[in-house]
Design a protein around this ligand. Structure first.
Ligand code: ARG
Ligand code: ZN
Ligand code: CA
Length: 255
């Protein structure tokens, strides 16, 4: 990206129990994590092993809570909606429409829609890739995996679920290539090592799979499945893929 792109965000909070009605501070803490991670300003970048320091990239994307709503009126960039739904399913996108107990998106060509709610099935979050329907575009986050304070619970209290999901929203694939534990999957990024399956928890370097020694898996990448305090970087190749998305299918947001 020639210029840093600044993306307006709207957070739609869906709550049944009071605790799910997360405070503004928790949402602000999430924006702060996004702005650190996508600019390589996160303090834990120092955890990148020496061998990958040169490919750890500034993606040159920033995020801010929208200050103007779709009608042109001033807004906090946060909507709050009470719901009867105990836990939303990632399968049906009910969270994304008033008619099904959720909240309608703001125009997807002008805002990154972020729904914050209780999610079923132990899912921390999910995202829609570019090119999908505008009515369901955006990212969905479990309230207890949002930001770094309030209801956020370890080991997913570092705001990295949102970093990961926004990576998907900008067209990044999982670093292991989404082929189960095989070695034939591709994330379509040249500077990430070929890796078997997802890593969890806090792996130690090196963790070798698919003949990718001596350095092994880039498990500290935001697009793996490690704990929030173990994922710290995007690569230059991933940044280029995100930039291509902001010059292509999501160009309206970068205008
Ligand atoms: N979509 C993934 C899930 O729900 C997100 C994983 C995010 N990982 C993390 N350490 N925050 O399982
Ligand atoms: Zn993912
Ligand atoms: Ca693989």
């Amino acid at each position: 990206l020639d210029q840093v792109v600044r993306i307006p965000v709207v957070a739609h909070v869906l709550w049944r129990d009071e605790a799910q009605n997360v405070g503004d501070e928790q949402i602000h803490s999430q924006l702060a994590v996004l702005n650190a991670d996508f600019r390589r300003l996160n303090e834990d970048i120092s955890a990148v092993p020496e061998v990958w320091r040169a490919v750890a990239a500034d993606a040159r994307v920033e995020f801010f809570l929208a200050d103007t709503d779709p009608a042109g009126a001033p807004t906090s960039g946060i909507t709050r909606t009470r719901t009867e739904v105990a836990a939303f399913s990632p399968e049906d996108d009910a969270v994304k429409a008033v008619a099904t107990g959720g909240a309608d998106p703001w125009p997807a060509d002008r805002y990154l829609n972020m729904w914050v709610c209780q999610l079923a099935g132990g899912v921390l979050g999910y995202a829609q890739f570019p090119g999908g329907p505008a009515t369901t575009d955006g990212v969905v986050l479990l309230h207890s995996a949002l930001g770094t304070n309030g209801t956020a619970v370890a080991p997913f209290d570092g705001g990295r679920t949102c970093t990961h999901e926004v990576g998907h929203w900008l067209n990044l694939r999982h670093i292991w290539g989404d082929d189960g534990d095989g070695c034939g999957g591709d994330d379509f990024v040249a500077d990430t090592p070929n890796q078997a399956g997802p890593n969890y928890g806090r792996p130690t370097f090196p963790t070798v799979s698919c003949d990718n020694g001596p350095d092994g898996d880039m498990f500290m990448n935001f697009m793996d499945y490690t704990d929030d305090d173990a994922m710290v970087m995007f690569t230059a190749g991933q940044a280029a893929r995100m930039a291509a998305t902001l010059a292509g299918p999501r160009a309206a947001l970068a205008a």
